[in-house]
Design a protein around this ligand. Structure first.
Ligand SMILES: *[C@@H]1O[C@H](CO)[C@@H](O)[C@H](O)[C@H]1NC(C)=O
Ligand SMILES: *[C@@H]1O[C@H](CO)[C@@H](O)[C@H](O)[C@H]1NC(C)=O
Ligand SMILES: *[C@@H]1O[C@H](CO)[C@@H](O)[C@H](O)[C@H]1NC(C)=O
Length: 248
């Protein structure tokens, strides 16, 4: 574990340097969103080890590129260039995460079966009639893991009468394919209004998909859960949609 954490840190430093130096060679996009040659603004994340890694970027509303070329390679095998599978805005595919099917005009590309502890370089090139512009970045799966949110959140006040206990239960994100090999941890937050002010509690992470809380009666609480890799790699998912309940 300690070895792995050390490894990740070293790579993060490396990544910043490399991305920084590569950025110098790219056309500057800041402040010139109308520039016909800006590189795509790419965001990559891994919604499940090892098969569900996606990159997405918005389609510019003004003079969009004629097409994109999306490729990737391992950093130490840069001659073995693979095509990233492209999905135009509005596509629906099992390769895409539910979280990504937003109404934004987003392009996606899917990178199947990546290896752990391996540095990848992604190259998303926007091709315009007047030239082209590339976004280059590098990542390791461990750094960009971000599950989809937990689902089916159920709040029950069954034990509230005697114990003032309320239970919150949920299911792991269905897109997280290998729970046995890569378990998840969960963070729960809840909020309520007190004299016009929003109070909020965040519980420390736990592995269970159920928690019991002792809460006050006659209040409306709003619950949300997020899922994170058990080893703490990457980010917690987006918060689940809120579930509200008023205690008896
Ligand atoms: C990843 O996907 C490929 C096919 O797309 C499948 O053959 C393979 O079993 C998957 N691997 C895992 C770990 O789910
Ligand atoms: C990125 O991809 C484009 C299009 O395939 C290519 O012309 C360019 O050389 C690539 N950049 C790097 C640094 O590999
Ligand atoms: C009520 O919740 C508390 C934790 O908040 C727990 O310790 C206790 O066992 C629960 N009681 C029942 C009857 O479930």
């Amino acid at each position: 574990m300690a070895v792995m954490a050390g490894n990740v840190c070293v790579t993060v430093t490396l990544l910043v340097c490399v991305v920084g130096s590569q950025a110098l060679h790219l056309p500057r996009a800041a402040g010139t969103s109308a520039s016909p040659r800006s590189p795509p603004k790419v965001h990559c994340w891994c919604a499940s080890f090892p098969n569900r890694t996606l990159c997405s970027w918005p389609e510019p509303s003004h003079s969009p590129p004629t097409h994109y070329i999306a490729t990737y390679s391992e950093r130490n095998r840069q001659l073995e260039i693979k095509q990233c599978q492209l999905f135009p805005p509005g596509s629906s595919s099992s390769a895409l995460s539910p979280a990504s099917s937003s109404s934004d005009r987003l392009w996606h590309c899917h990178l199947p079966d990546l290896k752990l502890l391996t540095d990848y370089i992604i190259n998303i090139t926007a091709v315009y009639s007047v030239g082209s512009s590339s976004h280059l970045s590098s990542f390791m799966l461990e750094e960009i893991v971000k599950p989809d949110p937990p689902v089916d959140i159920v709040v029950s006040t069954q034990h509230f009468k005697n114990f003032r206990n309320l239970s919150v239960e949920w299911s792991p994100p269905p897109t997280w394919a290998n729970l046995d090999i890569f378990p998840l941890q969960y963070h729960l937050q809840y909020q309520w209004e007190n004299r016009g002010k929003t109070q909020s509690v965040k519980l420390p992470p736990f592995e269970d998909t159920k928690v019991e809380l002792k809460l006050a009666s006659g209040r409306t609480y709003m619950f949300q859960v997020c899922a994170k890799d058990l080893l703490g790699l990457g980010e917690c998912s987006a918060w689940s949609s809120p579930v509200e309940i008023t205690t008896p």
